[in-house]
Ligand binder design. Structure first.
Ligand code: C5P
Length: 405
């Protein structure tokens, strides 16, 4: 996908710099030529030798290195790239970018460029939410700078919240999106698409709940791909630690029953995609107070079945979406069970994937899926969830077109 694309990766000084080494590897796996510039602070976290070994290219850090200037001036270094990626982008580096400050090689390259720049911020949550950083982010967005992340999560400093650098594969997706108009055909223009994503949490008492390992990455990537294809997208998401996709409406829910109500309220739609890992069961009677330990032993949880949102939508006789797509997460006989689910839940397509332990799919960044319809099974190679989403949305466009003609 990135064959012969030249990426200038600027590594800022943050603990997330170690993830940038993996990013180099992931970019190169996809055929990109990566040149690295490191700030002085970045070199406190990772060494230029590691970055040089992984990129296979010389690493630049010094604005006044005569040999580098003779071989390749800093202007050419940034002009020769197809895309500049700043990862991790520290508060300091973003502040320099927003204000046009060029007092070291990294900030000078960023000012000297005429190419797109993608930043992956990483900083303490208070620094990210500080009004000064918010101002800089607004300015950078206005200047056309692209962002990926930050994600929510636990920080190296022990605090929790937004500020964690996006994972390397998310950055790779954003690099691909920046370099290639992802879905050029606006074949979902004028279409309304409702998508569920993430897990549901089913409360036991006010502090405990039943959950699963779904990250919401696949459902959120589908929402972005549908929006890029021109659709009006309503994303209904269970509790997740990833940012809401930009440019579309995200409705946040916790339980399966809330998700069902939100889906019913969002319909009618042309397409319904049920990517959420909806809990099959909920606790029959939720305790209003925290359940205490007692000498009678552990409490017996009585479970009742949750509504099957997908099956309910797919079997509507009135205002059924023209396309209803479900997921089948299986640990064995993936295609066989997927085909059975297609019939049982009256769907138009099932996206079946292997979530057995060791596959790394549940909560991971990549997916390998089979697209199952009544007439065919198409197996896609293992790829990022962003790329899988694009393939599914392209298929939706084709199926809607087939039905029209
Ligand atoms: O039956 P199973 O849970 O394997 O089916 C998975 C598919 O059904 C997914 O598309 C999921 O979003 C959907 N589903 C649902 N409501 C449920 C359970 C699953 O919409 N209660």
């Amino acid at each position: 996908m990135l064959t012969n694309k030249r990426i200038l990766l600027i590594i800022g000084g943050g603990i997330a710099a170690f993830k940038s080494l993996d990013l180099i590897r992931r970019l190169r796996e996809r055929g990109a030529n990566v040149t690295v510039c490191m700030t002085t602070a970045a070199m406190q976290f990772v060494t230029p030798l590691s970055a040089a070994s992984l990129s296979g290219n010389q690493v630049y850090s010094d604005l006044f290195s005569l040999t580098d200037e003779a071989a390749m001036g800093h202007i050419q270094l940034s002009r020769a790239a197809d895309l500049l990626v700043v990862a991790p982008a520290t508060a300091d580096l973003m502040s320099k970018m927003a204000n046009g400050i060029a007092n070291d090689l990294a900030s000078t390259l960023l000012l000297a460029t005429d190419k797109k720049t993608l930043v992956a911020p990483a900083m303490n949550v208070r620094m990210w939410t500080h009004p000064a950083t918010a101002r800089n982010v607004t300015q950078l967005r206005k200047d056309g700078v692209l962002f990926v992340g930050p994600d929510d999560g636990e920080m190296a400093c022990g605090e929790y919240g937004p500020g964690r650098m996006a994972e390397p594969l998310e950055i790779v997706d954003a690099v691909e999106a920046a370099l290639f108009p992802q879905i050029s055909e606006q074949f979902l223009t004028g279409k309304r698409v409702v998508i569920t994503s993430g897990p549901t949490h089913e409360p036991i008492d006010p502090v405990r709940y039943i959950a699963n390992r779904s990250s919401g990455r696949q459902g959120h990537a589908l929402a972005t791909a549908a929006k890029d294809a021109g659709a009006e997208v309503i994303l209904i998401s269970g509790p997740v630690n990833i940012p809401d996709p930009a440019g579309l409406e995200t409705i946040k829910v916790e339980t399966a029953e809330q998700m069902q109500a939100a889906v019913e309220a969002a319909l009618p739609a042309d397409v319904f995609i049920s990517a959420a890992a909806v809990a099959d069961w909920r606790v029959d009677i939720q305790a209003s107070q925290k359940v205490k330990k007692s000498c009678d032993g552990p409490p017996a949880l009585v479970l009742v079945e949750n509504p099957d949102i997908l099956a309910t939508v797919a079997s509507r006789t009135f205002e059924r979406p023209r396309l209803v797509i479900g997921f089948a997460a299986e640990t064995e006989k993936v295609i066989e069970y997927g085909q059975a689910k297609l019939v049982r839940k009256c769907c138009d397509m099932i996206v079946a994937n292997d979530v057995s332990p060791g596959s790394g799919v549940m909560g991971g960044l990549e997916n390998s899926v089979h697209l199952i319809t009544a007439s065919a099974v198409e197996s896609l190679p293992q790829q990022s969830k962003g790329a899988v989403a694009i393939a599914i949305i392209e298929r939706c466009g084709a199926m809607l077109e087939e039905r029209r003609s």
